[in-house]
Design a protein around this ligand. Structure first.
Ligand code: FMN
Length: 330
């Protein structure tokens, strides 16, 4: 069966991976026809800067790269989500360690590492997550899942541990007595968390594992908090399922119209919107047959879906858990 996202959206046609080395002088727009990266042919594209001029929406690869750099770019170019895992090829301890170490090497605001990674290998937990995350059975077929939890509880514990909440400390430093995390901390902790998750994704590819994000981990807040013992000041933001891919996975096309905006935000005009619609329809053929079908499809299956409503409800719960206003667990 073709890999299908939970919402029934099949992946678009395979992009021919942009081989930066083979493209020679310039990886940008190396395969304009198939990858839809850039309208300018590689031969007219002298470099990343030129590519940006010729096609401001292009996300250009650097033209010069070391062998290691090219390997990294190829890895990024060729990655695609994995939803089918080889049954008889286990994830090794070395692979697990490499992925978790890479996550810990991600940039982090103030090096505060405002996240925790819950490492899930127990089949019964995977089974439960498959149900709680919008009933996606393939989750239960993965040998490994990582849940990246936005975590300020560990800092509250540290503050407490070293005495920051003690009256003597407060008097001595003149700092506020005890405060819980707010939206400021959330803003940066969210970034810490997702950057760590994406580092894990890239490392997984590098060691021969495939992965897929599961956004629905933010649903069913009460049950997920209970299942994972999540305390106040936490929020499970990103989940990855990982394993050895069952088969080769062609890279998925990604739309790039109306993506990069030179210097200032630019609200799309009608012509740009038309190009954007056409690009998406073209990528998702044969699913999209009439103009705008892909956008309408997103409206129906995502924007107005019951799972999105549940995500919204659950995220309000998680926000109150984060601030401690209404902990989901005692
Ligand atoms: C935040 C986030 C949440 C996602 N949630 C799901 C999910 O619940 N189920 C699923 O099958 N794929 C999920 N995906 C995978 C996307 O569908 C996939 O990344 C997208 O279709 C692009 O395909 P590619 O990753 O193969 O390039 C998610 C991706 C992201 C970044």
């Amino acid at each position: 069966m073709e890999a299908v996202e939970k919402s029934g959206q099949t992946a678009g046609p395979a992009a021919v991976p942009v081989d930066v080395a083979a493209a020679g002088a310039c990886g940008a727009g190396a395969d304009a026809a198939t990858a839809n990266v850039c309208g300018a042919a590689a031969s007219t594209c002298a470099g990343a800067a030129a590519a940006a001029d010729a096609c401001p929406d292009a996300v250009a690869a650097p033209c010069e790269a070391t062998a290691a750099g090219r390997a990294a770019l190829d890895l990024i170019e060729q990655r695609s989500s994995t939803r089918q895992f080889a049954r008889n090829t286990p994830v090794t301890d070395e692979q697990r360690a490499a992925v978790l170490h890479a996550a810990s090497r991600a940039p982090s605001a103030g090096a505060m590492m405002m996240y925790s990674i819950i490492d899930i290998q127990a089949q019964e937990t995977l089974d439960r997550l498959a149900v709680l995350c919008d009933n996606q059975p393939f989750i239960a077929t993965a040998p490994w899942a990582l849940i990246f939890v936005v975590d300020y509880a560990k800092w509250i514990d540290l503050f407490e541990h070293v005495g920051c909440f003690d009256p003597a400390f407060v008097q001595e430093t003149g700092r506020a007595p005890r405060r819980t995390p707010g939206l400021g901390e959330l803003g940066i902790a969210l970034q810490d968390t997702v950057i760590a998750a994406q580092s894990a994704v890239i490392a997984a590819e590098a060691v021969g594992l495939g992965s897929c994000y599961i956004g629905d981990i933010v649903e069913n807040a009460e049950e997920v908090a209970q299942l994972l013992d999540l305390p106040p000041y936490t929020l499970p933001l990103s989940m990855l399922v990982l394993g050895v891919p069952a088969k080769a996975r062609p890279a998925t096309l990604h739309p790039v119209e109306n993506l990069v905006m030179p210097e200032r935000y630019r609200r799309a005009d009608a012509a740009t919107l038309d190009r954007q619609v056409a690009e998406m329809d073209a990528m998702f053929r044969p699913h999209a047959r009439t103009a705008g079908e892909r956008v309408c499809d997103i409206y129906a299956r995502k924007h107005t879906s019951p799972f999105m409503a549940e995500m919204g409800r659950s995220m309000s719960c998680w926000l109150k858990n984060w601030t401690g206003e209404a902990p989901l667990q005692g």
